[in-house]
Ligand binder design. Structure first.
Ligand code: HEC
Ligand code: HEC
Ligand code: HEC
Ligand code: HEC
Ligand code: HEC
Ligand code: HEC
Ligand code: HEC
Length: 434
């Protein structure tokens, strides 16, 4: 009796197990992806299964690549001599080494060697990349970064210039803007106010993935998989139904500076949420567009511009497609300006350019002023962005490259769209030389 009961329950368990397993393999239900963010999330591989077109461009764009495992493909700088070292001073250098167990930064000094592996690369490789390593459950920044625009290894921003330091613990803010998720553990405190943040290595989602912007999508994925005939999206936030401020908030989460006062981690921000429920406004941050650093503050600068203040529709999506790599295609961006400004007489509107920017008495096509240098429509389109959204030096990101005394500033496009007479002058000077 006892035995047969045991056998029966075993059979029941077996059948139940098979049913559960089977239903799992047929239906990608919530929580089964093992996504570290929890049951609501499906993970990007699932999204890519249906949204192939978006995926194929997105995977090459900055958001996808902004944090990665730092293997040979991810790290931009060279590991072969002579380009593989950064010298801090006599007898003090960091050598960039490729070893069997990975890529390493090796500090070589009179006191011996200290080596740490490149574990995480931060930066898609537009201008700069910086590297992190794991020590226990802490994450630290490596002393040497790579400055792509200078094709040079460089001292990491705000690091001591003459000594080698491996001790900068990385706080969660870095991951909130440069990744989709990292699990945290209690901080190890050195005193009441200071400590080293601790993370869960097994719970990290690199890059800024679909669900970081679109919110949890496991239900959506499961529904669409079961209802292939349904061409309307269910269980996923529709951007078209959001207000302008809600749409802006999705981007402002990471593009409106580092906020000192956080109420809640932005890892949990979903489209449709109100960003001010995550941050509290810090009055010290209000500086006016002329004093706001161009790095990471695209939102603040854009909303101070007349284009934003005097239109009802301008938002990040008016110019950017977040799934596509379009960086530096300045004439493509100019056509987006023309969506609003193309109706009028562009050349006529710029009749004053010769005067305001015309150090050499240049003129516009119709204006007839000066030495006969023609500003035609194509010239305006080609230089539109440089004149109205010039690249400006960031005070926040500066890097000391090899052999230089002064750090080089990163140049970032200003999103304060306005009239910059100095930039116009520069352009007109180039034009009149031709
Ligand atoms: C089984 C197929 C399938 C999977 C998996 C899937 N989707 Fe979709 N998705 C659809 C279909 C069908 C639509 C509706 C047609 C369209 O807009 O392309 C849609 C629409 C969308 C929309 C547009 C919503 C709107 O109308 O504004 C978003 C955003 C979206 N999906 C995101 C995701 C994300 C994020 C994932 C991964 C978590 C995902 N999808 C996984 C099939 C799928
Ligand atoms: C989770 C944080 C986060 C969110 C949300 C986010 N971004 Fe970004 N964005 C970044 C980071 C970090 C970079 C820098 C990537 C790099 O080059 O490593 C970036 C880069 C960019 C770039 C430069 C692309 C390039 O090719 O260099 C554009 C444009 C951009 N973001 C627009 C947007 C827009 C528009 C939205 C809202 C729809 C948005 N971002 C939402 C963090 C974010
Ligand atoms: C940086 C934020 C961001 C990331 C990352 C992102 N999206 Fe989007 N996505 C948007 C925004 C913003 C829109 C709305 C565009 C609009 O209508 O202006 C959108 C629109 C969509 C749409 C509907 C419109 C269309 O273009 O078909 C789908 C589907 C979609 N995204 C799927 C995905 C998938 C799948 C991924 C990951 C491979 C992804 N998105 C990654 C921000 C993002
Ligand atoms: C509030 C969001 C935010 C935080 C916090 C943040 N970043 Fe960024 N970071 C950005 C954005 C946005 C960009 C790209 C656009 C720009 O420069 O304005 C960027 C650019 C970068 C780049 C250059 C990427 C490239 O491809 O050229 C590196 C490297 C970088 N960040 C590293 C870090 C590190 C390391 C930390 C933490 C110590 C950090 N960032 C903290 C938002 C942030
Ligand atoms: C959604 C529509 C829209 C888009 C897109 C747009 N603008 Fe504007 N812009 C406006 C409006 C509205 C004004 C205010 C016009 C007025 O008050 O007469 C304006 C004003 C301006 C001004 C005058 C600013 C000042 O401070 O006097 C410049 C310059 C300008 N835009 C350039 C651009 C450029 C360059 C682009 C593309 C990078 C662009 N705009 C994209 C709507 C737009
Ligand atoms: C009127 C058009 C316009 C709007 C609106 C706009 N951008 Fe841009 N953005 C540009 C142009 C033009 C560039 C320069 C192209 C490039 O360098 O890739 C640019 C570049 C960027 C970059 C890269 C900056 C750098 O130099 O590294 C980021 C990040 C970015 N935009 C984010 C945003 C975000 C976030 C929003 C919304 C708050 C936004 N943009 C709204 C036109 C626009
Ligand atoms: C060579 C530099 C230069 C180029 C290129 C340029 N602009 Fe301008 N723009 C100016 C200057 C300078 C003014 C101010 C003219 C004046 O005061 O007469 C101006 C004025 C404007 C204004 C405000 C007009 C008004 O009546 O207030 C708008 C809008 C504008 N530009 C949009 C654009 C757009 C859009 C493009 C590209 C498609 C463009 N500009 C190309 C330098 C330039």
């Amino acid at each position: 009796m006892y035995l047969s009961y045991k056998r029966l329950s075993f059979v029941i368990l077996l059948v139940a197990g098979a049913v559960i397993l089977c239903s799992r393999c047929m239906q990608p239900g919530p929580g089964e992806s093992g996504d570290p963010r929890g049951a609501g999330y499906a993970g990007m591989t699932v999204c890519l299964g249906c949204h192939k077109d978006i995926g194929s461009s997105y995977l090459h764009a900055a958001h996808a690549l902004t944090s990665r495992v730092a293997d040979g493909n991810a790290v931009a700088g060279p590991f072969t001599s002579p380009g593989n070292e950064f010298v801090y001073g006599p007898g003090r250098k960091v050598v960039l080494e490729r070893r069997d167990s990975g890529l390493f930064q090796v500090a070589v000094t009179a006191y011996g060697q200290e080596a740490h592996r490149f574990d995480i690369a931060v930066g898609s490789g537009r201008k700069a990349q910086t590297y992190l390593y794991w020590k226990g459950d802490g994450v630290f920044q490596l002393p040497v970064s790579y400055f792509l625009t200078e094709h040079s290894w460089a001292n990491s921003p705000h690091y001591p210039v003459d000594s080698i330091w491996f001790g900068r613990a990385v706080d969660v803010g870095c991951f909130e803007c440069h990744s989709s998720f990292i699990g945290t553990k209690p901080m190890i405190h050195t005193d009441a106010f200071h400590g080293t943040p601790q993370y869960d290595r097994a719970r990290i989602v690199y890059g800024i993935d679909c669900e970081r912007c679109h919110g949890p999508g496991a239900l959506h994925a499961a529904w669409q998989a079961d209802h292939r005939e349904d061409v309307t999206a269910r269980y996923i936030v529709r951007f078209s139904a959001l207000s302008r401020q809600q749409r802006l908030d999705v981007c402002a989460e990471c593009h409106s500076g580092a906020h000192s006062g956080q109420l809640r981690s932005v890892f949990y921000f979903k489209p449709g949420d109100t960003l001010t429920n995550y941050f509290f406004a810090d009055p010290r941050m209000v500086k006016g567009p002329e004093n706001t650093d161009v790095h990471g503050n695209q939102y603040e600068l854009l909303v101070a511009s007349k284009c934003f203040l005097r239109s009802k529709t301008l938002e990040c999506g008016s110019c950017h497609n977040p799934h596509v790599k379009e960086r530096d295609s300045l004439t493509v961006f100019a056509t987006r300006c023309m969506n609003c400004h193309g109706g009028g007489d562009m050349v006529g509107m710029h009749a004053g350019v010769g005067a305001s920017g015309g150090a050499r008495g240049v003129s516009t096509a119709g204006g007839g002023r000066g030495a006969g240098v023609v500003v035609d429509k194509q010239f305006l389109i080609d230089n539109c962005i440089d004149c109205h959204m010039p690249a400006r030096a960031s005070g926040a990101i500066t890097m000391l490259t090899q052999g230089q005394r002064d750090p080089v500033a990163d140049l970032v496009r200003s999103h304060y769209i306005t009239i910059y007479p100095e930039e116009t002058k520069k352009k007109m000077a180039v034009l009149s030389r031709h």
